[in-house]
Design a protein around this ligand. Sequence first.
Ligand code: BYC
Length: 484
Amino acid sequence: MNVATSIGKVDYDGLIPNNVGLGQDERVKRALEKWHPGYIDWWKDMGPDGFQESLVYLRTAVSVDPKGWAKFDYVKMPDYKWGILLAPQAEGRTIPFGAHAGEPAWQEVPGEYRAMLRRLIVIQGDTEPASVEQQRHLGKTAPSLYDLRNLFQVNVEEGRHLWAMVYLLQKYFGTDGREEAEALLQRRSGDADSPRMLGAFNEKTPDWLSFFMFTYFTDRDGKMQLEALAQSGFDPLSRTCRFMLTEEAHHMFVGETGVTRVIQKTCEAMKEAGITDPYDIARVRKLGVIDLPTIQKKANLHFSLTLDLFGNEISTNAANAFHAGLKGRYREHRLDDDHRLEHSTYPVLRLIDGQIRNEDAPALSALNMRLRDDYVNDANVGVGRWNKVIESFGIPFAIKLPHVAFNRHIGEFSKIHADVDGMVLSDAGWASKRADYLPGDSDKEFIESLMQPQFEPGKFASWIAPPKVGIDNRPGEFEYVKIA
Ligand code: BYC
């Protein structure tokens, strides 16, 4: 049997479902089995708070066939089958970019790039448990069983994505890979001594609107970074990321439709009450829905936090990773250039003499920016769909993504304050306007007051509309979580 056909088959019998032939790889199998109890301990300590005995209607990946890879059933979360699944190996695949473009893709770690590759895998791995930690308390205030189930689906799949990275560390990086795998279970989101590696993953996800914004904006960074890593010349990483992207799509769906449903409910309530001014915030809030300006503030916050995840505007790390053939561009294969970029430039927004201006930079150094630009375009598509909902109610309001210089903590613009249109502000100017742009204490208190659980099948909290269709086509009153 050739590798390409055997790889589609998932071995479900052992402790760790997989399509990587773990049964024949005693060393890695033992390493993962040793790591497993620590993972379960982490899940119980830092995964969803409560609900561990509840039966949750979850999808589990049972194949990597794009037409039918998931099976839906009731599962207790700690019994979820966190498997290791790689997309099928493409026969004859070559390295798509960089100095090694055109050479056969690596099946083993290229020695000269070992440290760089390990760092990329560790950073990617670190975000997965971090997001579960950030969301662990949300179950208690879920606006419906449908949403509760979606939260848990996202959580178990982020857990599986951790497994995906840990597999690569254990299989390809020996002792230091094992140490990194352990450390991934030790760091904690927001911990003063041992925080998660990237800024946005140490922030709080305090309420469900934040959860939807996070899955819309931050999971979309996940999509972009995974797309870039899916191009990797290191074939096992490419194949791992390609399958992760299949799951990631649902997470962004949860975010996009979540925000849509919040907007829908607000607009419906405003219409019913005859409120036409979206800035009549006190009256809108009395209806038990979230006013549109507050939704905009949450979008400003989560979008700007997520932009920080693209790193510095000018990055030698990014240039080196591309040159080495480890991390490509978004949809590298569709781009029509030499895929080496040694002589090309790319326009980058920079801070020049206190002004925000475009400047051409060497394309290799500007790769973080290129990915960020692709991200902003992608993020704008769903925002357009949110605005269609508002428009359909005739309410004069549109959600708008803030300027990339707004509220930044990494890169060029971390040195300045800018408003949502990219106008540079003095410290005093920022201090006086901040509350217009970002959620303040009273916004947080109001949202928190709405976060009351609604666990009756088919019912929804006051501030969110039901979804258009159920998960796995289940009817409205379906009991997505049997709470124990
Ligand atoms: N916070 O050269 P630079 C996801 C550090 S999300 C803290 O510009 P580079 C998910 C940087 O590490 C996707 N530190 O960095 C979503 C470097 O430090 P060293 C996650 C930061 O490497 C939702 C220094 O500053 N995957 O999957 O070009 C739920 C110089 O920076 C930050 C990846 O990110 C920051 N934000 O770019 C669940 C892919 N930014 O090495 C999951 C892998 C930069 O000098 N990671 N620094 O000590 C990468 O490709 C890159 O490391 C980054 C940074 C894009 C993150």
